[in-house]
Design a protein around this ligand. Structure first.
Ligand code: CMP
Length: 155
């Protein structure tokens, strides 16, 4: 099954939205295979956002992400990357569709509550960046048979 990486950003932590956001992923049917709170080091964030390093908001983004702890989550499910990105919504909270996490709870381009991996390759890299192997957990999800058909479970 596919894995993806989500980061609940400092605004989600400070606004008390951690439970609300996690609940959406649990209700949707994802298996939470990794979950931790961490004050992310600027060096790790610079690596994570390397593709934005020439953007004018880069330094501010790293400073904001390092300001208080984030919650890093690894999720597993069929087509997890695409489904989670859809649930998260467009970058700007003001533009994101209502019903998406950003559309429902964010008013900002930067303080947009949550990061989600953009591709399968990115997801695997990010999971390695933020989790040790011992922090990832494989356990039977009791609802799996009710979430997917036999065919879908093979994906
Ligand atoms: P995300 O799409 O998760 O990853 C890149 C982050 O950069 C984005 O969320 C925002 O938090 C931030 N970002 C993107 N565009 C801007 C912008 N124009 N000004 C400030 N921050 C931005």
């Amino acid at each position: 099954m596919e894995r993806t990486c989500v980061i609940l950003k400092p605004d989600a932590v400070n606004r008390g939205l951690m439970g609300e956001i996690l609940k959406r992923f649990e209700n949707k049917g994802f298996r939470v295979i990794g979950l931790k709170m961490e004050r992310l080091a600027p060096t790790k964030l610079e690596e994570h956002y390397a593709h934005h390093k020439d953007k004018p908001f880069f330094q501010g983004l790293v400073k904001y992400m390092a300001s208080i702890p984030c919650v890093v989550i690894a999720l597993e499910g069929v087509e997890a990357v695409e489904v989670v990105r859809k649930m998260v919504g467009a970058t700007s909270g003001r533009k994101a569709d209502m019903g998406s996490i950003r559309g429902d709870f964010s008013m900002s381009h930067q303080q947009n509550l949550i990061h989600a991996s953009g591709s399968k390759e990115e997801a695997e890299k990010e999971i390695k960046r933020f989790f040790k192997e011992s922090e990832l957990h494989a356990y039977p999800l009791m609802s799996l048979d009710w979430l997917y058909s036999e065919e879908e479970k093979k994906a």
